[in-house]
Write a protein that binds this ligand. Structure first.
Ligand code: 16G
Length: 263
């Protein structure tokens, strides 16, 4: 998405009591977080931005000052305003079992996808083992390039035993919604993350140079009765996604009864 699409006047909501400079600040911050304004990209000049959005230059200046203070933007004297390095990463908590669509919607981002494969087939030996399938049992296969806010974020191959989703065309925008409709949405999952470098075809689809860093994530999800409902392998762009885990100390062990005290 170009800066012109981000700063499209028709999409800039000016209704309501929030001051315009705060709205503009949020617009830029969200676009940076979503990767729509990539790291090191130059922003249009102050006057151009004001014209594009139909606001005053004072509003633009105030918004930019705030974003520079926040560390979202940097200003270089004489040359302009740029998206600051390493900003705009999406932080995803590791402890909640949510879907890509849910994750992005909670950030106010629209999702879409390009289907690379949506079919029924026999599983690979690895898939048959992970999904605990009987010999000859088929799987529904969902291979997508997933985008949020127009930016490619992940390549994802989800494999589901066909008995849970007999017709792959039931999956439109969200796999989890389709599973939910059939009463087999997972309630628990194990996820493994590994650092990797993108192969040429993966990089090409994600719009990155070959060898770019990525997170390779494998998720195995379970139904309440312990059956495996999903085996998904994804490549998430390393430059936009942070998975964040919350760590807590385990609960203190129960105090041993004091000597000599009996109920
Ligand atoms: C996430 C999951 C993936 C799941 C998908 C469902 C990770 C690493 N992976 O991308 O396992 O299949 O969500 O999303 O979080 P959907 O319901 O939007 O299709």
């Amino acid at each position: 998405m170009s800066a012109h699409a981000v700063f499209d006047r028709s999409r800039f909501d000016t209704s309501g009591p929030t001051p315009l400079y705060l709205r503009l600040r949020k617009l830029v911050r969200d676009a940076v977080t979503a990767g729509q304004l990539p790291e090191a990209d130059a922003l249009p000049g102050e006057r151009e931005l004001a014209d594009m959005l139909g606001v005053s230059r004072v509003t633009v200046r105030k918004a930019i000052e705030g974003l520079v203070d926040e560390g979202v933007l940097v200003q270089r004297r004489g040359s302009g305003t740029y998206v600051a390095p390493r900003q705009g990463r999406i932080e995803q908590p590791l402890s909640r079992l949510t879907s890509f669509t849910q994750d992005m919607q909670s950030r106010g981002l629209d999702t879409d996808a390009t289907w690379l494969d949506r079919s029924v087939s026999l599983p690979s030996p690895e898939e048959a083992m992970v999904l605990a399938l009987s010999p000859g049992e088929q799987v529904s296969r969902f291979h997508r390039l997933r985008r949020a806010g127009g930016t490619p974020l992940a390549l994802e191959l989800a494999v589901v035993p066909r008995k849970f989703l007999p017709d792959p065309s039931e999956v439109d925008a969200s796999l989890y919604t389709a599973l939910g409709r059939r009463g087999v949405r997972p309630v628990r999952a194990l996820q493994r993350l590994q650092a990797t470098a993108l192969l040429a075809f993966e990089a090409g689809l994600l719009g990155l140079p070959e060898g770019s860093p990525a997170l390779f994530i494998q998720r195995v999800s379970y139904l309440p009765d312990g059956r495996v409902v999903e085996f998904t392998r994804s490549h998430y762009r390393g430059d936009t996604y942070d998975f964040v885990a919350e760590l807590t100390v385990s609960a203190a062990p129960a105090e041993p009864p004091s000597p000599g005290v009996h109920a």
